[in-house]
Design a protein around this ligand. Structure first.
Ligand code: FES
Length: 590
C-alpha cells in the first residue's frame, strides 16, 4: 500500500534536504537523485512510509553484545529510546558498533577503545542521522563514544546503561569489583579456601549492568553528566530499574529536540564543561582512568588537559562521594541519595554554571531545577569530606618528566611519604614469573617497579599497575606497598600505587633505566617522584642499554604501535586528534 498523502520526492533534493534526515550523506553513485531513490527503495523494504522517512532521523548506537553483560539491558534501553524519539516526532534507527567489555578484551580493553571510537565516528558520519544517542556503560565504551561523537560533530547525547545491583556473601554486601580484588587478596593470603572463593564468584555481579563501585564505568557516567552530555540524573540509575528506562525514553525525546535545534556537540564540550568534569572527577574519588579518557575526549576538540592545573584544582576540591573504593557505599546508594544532583549542588560554588547541557539549559539551571537536597549519607558536605583534597594527585620528578598520578584517596597514609629500595620487574611476564616466589628479595619497605605496561609497552596500557602484594608479604599480613608503573589501574582498586609514569619505559622514559636497589622517593605532599640516580648515570645506562620501541608487521596492532600517544595525551591515536589546536584546559584564568 502506498502513502497517498506524501508522494515520494525521490529525485528532487533541495539543499535543506541534503543536510538533514534520510537524505543526508548519500552514497555516491554520481547521480544524487538516483542515490536517494535507491536508498528509499531499500529502506521501504523494511516497511517504512514516506511520512516516517521525512522525520528527523535519530541514530542509536547499539552496543549490546553477548560478550558484554555490562550492556545486558541494551534491548530494553533501545525500546525506550525509540519510544522517546517517536513521541517527539522523530524516526529512530538503531545500528551496531563495536562493544568492549573489560573481561572479554584481549590484550586489554584500552587497546580497543580507539578502534571503537573510530567505528562510532565513521558510522555516525556514514549513515544519515540528525542526532545520535550513544548507549554505553562499560569502562571504555563511554569514552570511545564521546571521542567518536566529538570528532563526528553532530548533536549527540549519551545514555548510560547503568550500574549492576549488589550481591550478598554470607550476609556481607558485595559488588564488582572492589570486592573481587578484596576477596581474591584473601584467597591469595590463604585466609579463605577454594570453596568460599567459588561462592563469592557467584555473588559479585548480581545483575546486568556496570561495576557497582566508583570504578571507571561509574566515573565516566558521572563525567558524562558533568560534561552536560546526559539528561539530568542520567549517571546513577541502576541498569535494571524503572528510573533507568525512563532516562532512556527522555534521552530519545531530547535527541529529537537537539536535532531540530542543531545543538551540536561542540556547543556542549566546551572548556567550561571540561573544567566541570575535572572537578567532578576529583570530588567523586574517580578512577585514575578518568583523566586519560578526559584528555582523549578533550584532544578530539583540540584541547589539552593541564595536569598541573588539575592538581591545583584538587587542592580545593575534596572527595565528597562515599563510594568504594575510597568510601563505603555502592552506585545504587548514590542513586537513592539523589545522584549527581546532590553532588553538583554541593559543588556548585566550584562549577562553571553557565556551561550548556544537552537539554539546552545550563548546568546551573539544571541544578536549580533538581530542587532542594534531603538528608542522606552518601554525598558529604564540603565541610565534612571523605578526603580533604581531590582523589587524584599529579606527581612530577626525574622519574616522570611528563608526570605520573596517584589516587591519594585510595592510598595508605603511612606510605604517601616514603623512600625505599626499587624491586624491579622488566615486564608483566617477569612479574607473573617471580612475584610469588619465596626467593624474591623484597620487604614491605621496598618499592615495586613494573616496566613496559604503558601505551606501547604491553601494548594497550593494561590495568596491571595494581601489582599484587608478593605472596610471602601477603602471608605475613602486609596489605599495602608502594608500587610504580607506566600502566593503569582499575578504578575499583586501592593502594599506594603510582601510575601513568610518562614517558613510558617502552619509548625510553627514565623508568626503563631503573635498576634493582636504586632508591626512590615518593612524596605526595610535595607531589614528587624522584629516582635517586644522577642524570649522568641515567644517560650512561641509556647508552649501554638503548630501548628498542615495539613494532608490529601488520593490521590494527601496527596502526596502534605507530600512532598511539602517551598517557598525558589520552592514549589516543595522533591522527585522530582535532587538527585545530584550541589551547589548554583550564585556560589562563586558572
Ligand atoms: Fe564493565 Fe566493570 S566490567 S563496568
Amino acid at each position: 500500500m502506498t502513502d497517498p498523502k506524501t508522494p515520494s520526492p525521490a529525485h528532487d533534493i533541495t539543499p535543506a534536504d541534503a543536510e538533514s534526515g534520510i537524505s543526508k550523506g548519500l552514497t555516491n553513485y554520481g547521480d544524487r537523485g538516483f542515490s536517494l531513490f535507491l536508498r528509499k527503495a531499500f529502506i521501504k523494504g523494511a516497511g517504512y512510509t514516506d511520512s516516517a522517512l521525512q522525520r528527523p532521523v535519530i541514530g542509536i548506537a547499539n552496543t549490546g553484545s553477548s560478550y558484554n553483560p555490562c550492556h545486558g539491558n541494551a534491548p530494553q534501553l533501545i525500546e525506550a529510546v525509540k519510544r522517546g524519539v517517536m513521541l517527539a516526532g522523530g524516526l529512530p534507527m538503531d545500528f551496531p558498533t563495536i562493544s568492549v567489555h573489560e573481561s572479554f578484551s584481549a590484550p586489554t580493553s584500552m587497546y580497543l577503545r580507539n578502534l571503537m571510537s573510530m567505528d562510532t565516528e565513521e558510522m555516525i558520519r556514514a549513515q544519515p542521522m540528525d542526532a545520535v544517542v550513544l548507549i554505553g556503560g562499560c569502562d571504555k565504551t563511554v569514552p570511545a563514544q564521546l571521542m567518536g561523537a566529538a570528532s563526528a560533530g553532530i548533536p549527540a547525547i549519551q545514555l548510560i546503561t547503568g550500574s549492576m545491583l549488589t550481591g550478598s556473601h554470607r550476609s556481607e554486601r558485595v559488588g564488582a569489583c572492589t570486592d573481587c580484588r578484596r576477596y581474591w587478596g584473601k584467597f591469595r593470603a590463604e585466609e579463605i579456601d577454594a570453596e568460599e572463593i567459588a561462592d563469592v564468584n557467584n555473588q559479585l555481579v548480581a545483575s546486568v549492568g556496570t561495576c557497582s563501585v566508583m570504578g571507571t564505568a561509574s566515573t565516566m557516567a558521572c563525567i558524562a553528566e558533568a560534561l552536560g552530555m546526559t539528561v539530568p540524573g542520567g549517571a546513577s540509575p541502576p541498569a535494571v530499574t524503572a528510573d533507568r528506562i525512563r532516562i532512556a525514553e527522555q534521552t530519545g525525546t531530547e535527541a529529537v529536540r537537539m536535532a531540530r535545534e542543531r545543538l551540536t556537540i561542540d556547543k556542549i564540550l566546551t572548556p567550561a564543561a571540561f573544567e566541570n568534569a575535572m572537578r567532578v572527577l576529583l570530588a567523586i574519588g574517580g578512577s585514575t582512568n578518568g583523566i586519560v579518557h578526559l584528555a582523549a575526549i578533550a584532544g578530539r576538540m583540540g584541547y589539552d588537559i593541564d595536569l598541573k592545573a588539575l592538581d591545583r584544582m584538587g587542592r580545593d576540591t575534596p572527595v565528597l562521594l562515599d563510594l568504594k573504593p575510597s568510601g563505603d557505599h555502592y552506585m545504587e546508594d548514590f542513586h537513592h541519595a539523589g545522584g549527581m544532583a546532590t553532588l553538583l549542588r554541593e559543588l556548585k560554588p566550584l562549577l562553571n554554571l553557565d556551561a550548556l547541557t544537552v537539554t539546552g539549559r545550563t548546568l546551573g539551571e539544571e541544578i536549580d531545577r533538581a530542587g532542594p537536597g534531603f538528608a542522606q549519607d552518601v554525598v558529604r558536605p564540603r565541610s565534612n569530606p571523605i578526603y580533604p583534597q581531590g582523589g587524584i594527585a599529579v606527581l612530577q620528578g626525574n622519574l616522570a618528566p611528563g608526570g605520573a598520578i596517584i589516587k591519594q584517596s585510595a592510598a595508605h597514609p603511612r606510605l604517601m611519604e616514603h623512600e625505599g629500595r626499587a624491586v624491579v620487574f622488566e615486564n608483566a611476564a617477569d612479574l607473573a614469573h617471580r612475584i610469588d616466589s619465596d626467593d624474591l628479595d623484597v620487604t614491605a619497605d621496598d618499592i615495586l617497579v613494573l616496566k613496559n605496561i604503558g601505551p606501547k609497552g604491553a601494548p594497550g596500557m593494561p590495568e596491571a599497575g595494581y601489582i599484587p602484594i608478593p605472596r610471602k608479604l601477603a602471608r605475613a599480613g602486609v596489605k599495602d606497598i608502594v608500587r610504580i608503573s607506566d600502566g593503569r589501574m582499575s578504578g575499583t582498586a586501592f593502594g599506594t600505587i603510582v601510575l601513568h609514569v610518562t614517558p613510558e619505559s617502552a619509548v625510553g622514559g627514565p623508568l626503563a633505566h631503573v635498576h634493582n636497589g636504586d632508591r626512590i622517593t615518593l612524596s605526595v605532599a610535595r607531589r614528587e617522584l624522584t629516582l635517586q640516580v644522577s642524570d649522568e648515570e641515567l644517560a650512561r645506562r641509556a647508552r649501554l642499554h638503548p630501548v628498542t620501541e615495539p613494532t608490529a608487521e601488520r593490521g590494527y596492532r601496527k596502526l596502534f604501535l605507530t600512532t598511539v600517544n602517551q598517557a598525558d595525551q589520552g592514549v589516543d591515536f595522533d591522527f585522530l586528534r582535532c587538527a585545530t589546536e584550541r589551547g589548554t584546559i583550564p585556560g589562563p584564568r586558572e
